[in-house]
Design a protein around this ligand. Structure first.
Ligand code: UGA
Length: 485
């Protein structure tokens, strides 16, 4: 069994540390954040990840998992042959990756590395960074150090499973011996190990995240086209996804992607390309489509309510996706913020996110766990994060307390018939409105439509105007009757 150290006990690092310990290795987790280390030593994961507390407790009990809140001082050494780095690399204002934490970790650990130690990098870093790391390590007191890039593909909420049963393991190094030794660590994972040069490994990580983000933006763009042509994007995604060359995952249309990875990685890749004179137009488009998806919600609300200035809107969800309390780059908070800037009174409801974790950039957003209180006298609900609690909403009760019964389903997860039956006007992403907004274009006039020459056919806007005129301001039941007319 190997001796492993993991520098950085955050979202990825703690999963790596506990999972390797569960496989019988001796693991030392190192993080300079004392409170984090204290929590780890007590068996309480400082991050919200299903199954992590259990793995942590097991590791501590086995005696194979220990934690340090500082680097050993020379002549003491980090007790490891494999030193994994999993520190944060956030985006700086320029769009570049902020490598401060990484550089600081390298310079501090270098004098404490064993002579046979291999540094294995899991942090997402710009292509070429591992080469820099070798130079920095050697200058900082580790003349024999080698570096292997081992990008991580963990999804928050499913990270332990992703780590233990990966689709593939990517290892890149310019040192074949180090590559072989790190590959040995993964021998019993049952996954193909892709071995390549270090820059290719670094690029695989960016390209993978950019591709997934592109898939989501692609289906979102298709959703906008579906809306005006009267098709249903869910059916389109289903039909497309059955083609194995395309694949069914990451084709869920909605208000777009967020989180701590896609936004930072797509923008860092575009930035890196631009530094070398490459105009990454597709990456730019992927991000623009994503920003537009947030605005779709405002357009849909205005389509029914007319004005946002006097509206009270409840945003369902604060986290960037369900089953995590992570609000970094959350589409839900961005939508809430846009609504607030558009003049609406906004309340955000989330089953797990507490008000203290809402970033300082949104001081004006109220977050609560009390759905019914938030919905009192509201004009609209916007489903922004598909928590199970929101897929199974108490529709009748909500319609009873709201000022106007309107739901914009920003994740296409609600049963539209049930929603309408409870008295709501229902809007979603990329599906025709059953109230008459769906547009069927006669085959023989399709070309004219694309030219913009047909003007006399029913539009979504026209249906929305009709809704607006029909909605009474205070009576949910009456609206139900009208909506189902
Ligand atoms: C993502 C990648 O999926 C991981 O492989 C990668 O390791 C990780 O980033 C990282 O670089 O660390 P994660 O940020 O946990 O993982 O989130 P995802 O599950 O990929 O979702 C990202 C965003 O896309 C979410 O806002 C989600 O709601 C959105 N999404 C996803 C859609 O809007 N539609 C979809 O069909 C899928």
């Amino acid at each position: 069994m190997a001796e492993i150290a993991v520098i950085g006990c955050g979202q990825a690092g703690l999963v790596v540390a506990t999972a390797f310990a569960s496989k019988g290795h001796h693991v030392t987790g190192i993080d300079l954040d004392r409170r984090k280390i204290e929590a780890c030593r007590m068996g309480v994961a400082p991050i919200d990840e299903p199954g992590l507390d259990e793995l942590l407790t097991q590791g501590l009990a086995s005696g194979r998992l220990t934690f340090l809140d500082q680097y050993p001082e020379y002549p003491e050494r980090i007790p490891a042959e494999f030193v994994f780095i999993a520190v944060g690399t956030p985006t700086s204002p320029s769009g570049a990756s902020d490598l401060h934490a990484l550089k600081s970790a390298i310079t501090r650990m270098a004098p404490a590395l064993r002579d046979d130690a291999i540094v294995v990098n899991k942090s997402t870093v710009p292509v070429g960074t591992c080469d820099e790391m070798v130079r920095l390590l050697r200058r900082s007191g580790a003349p024999k150090a080698t570096v292997v890039s081992n990008p991580e593909f963990l999804q928050e909420g499913d990270a332990i499973h992703n780590f233990i049963e990966p689709d593939r393991i990517v290892l890149g190094s310019n040192d074949p011996d180090s590559l072989e030794r790190v590959a040995g660590l993964y021998e019993d994972f049952g996954a193909t190990v892709v071995q390549c040069d270090v820059r290719t490994a670094e690029m695989i990580k960016y390209a993978s995240n950019a591709f997934l983000a592109m898939k989501v933006s692609f289906i979102n763009e298709m959703a906008s086209i579906c809306e005006v042509l009267g098709a249903d994007v869910s059916g389109v995604a289903h039909g497309m996804g059955m083609d194995r060359r395309i694949g069914a995952q990451f084709l869920r249309a909605g208000i777009g992607w967020g989180g701590s990875c896609f936004p930072k990685d797509v923008s860092a890749l575009e930035y890196a390309a631009s530094l070398h004179g490459v105009r990454a137009q597709l990456l730019r488009g992927v991000q623009e489509t994503n920003r537009d998806q947030r605005r779709q919600v405002l357009r849909k609300l205005r389509g029914v309510l007319g004005r946002l200035e006097t509206a009270r809107v409840v945003v369902l969800g604060a986290s960037f996706k369900p089953n995590t309390s992570d609000v970094r780059e959350s589409p839900a908070l961005e939508v809430a913020s846009l609504l607030r800037l558009g003049g609406a009174e906004v309340r955000v409801v989330d089953p797990h996110v507490v008000p203290e974790s809402v970033p300082a950039q949104f001081p004006y957003l109220d977050v609560t766990g009390d759905l019914m209180a938030a919905a009192q006298d509201a004009d609209a609900l916007v489903l922004a994060t598909e928590w199970p609690e929101f897929i199974d909403l108490p529709l009748e009760d909500l319609a009873g307390v709201m000022r106007r019964p309107l739901i914009v389903d920003g994740r296409n997860v609600l049963d539209d018939r049930a929603v309408r039956a409870a008295g709501f006007i229902y809007r979603c992403i990329g599906r025709p409105n059953a109230e008459g907004g769906g547009v069927t274009l006669p085959e023989d006039r399709a070309d004219e439509r694309l030219d913009g020459r047909i003007t006399d056919w029913p539009t979504v806007e026209r249906a929305e105007r009709a809704d607006r005129e029909r909605i009474p301001s205070r009576n949910g039941r009456q609206a139900a009757a009208l909506a189902s007319d």
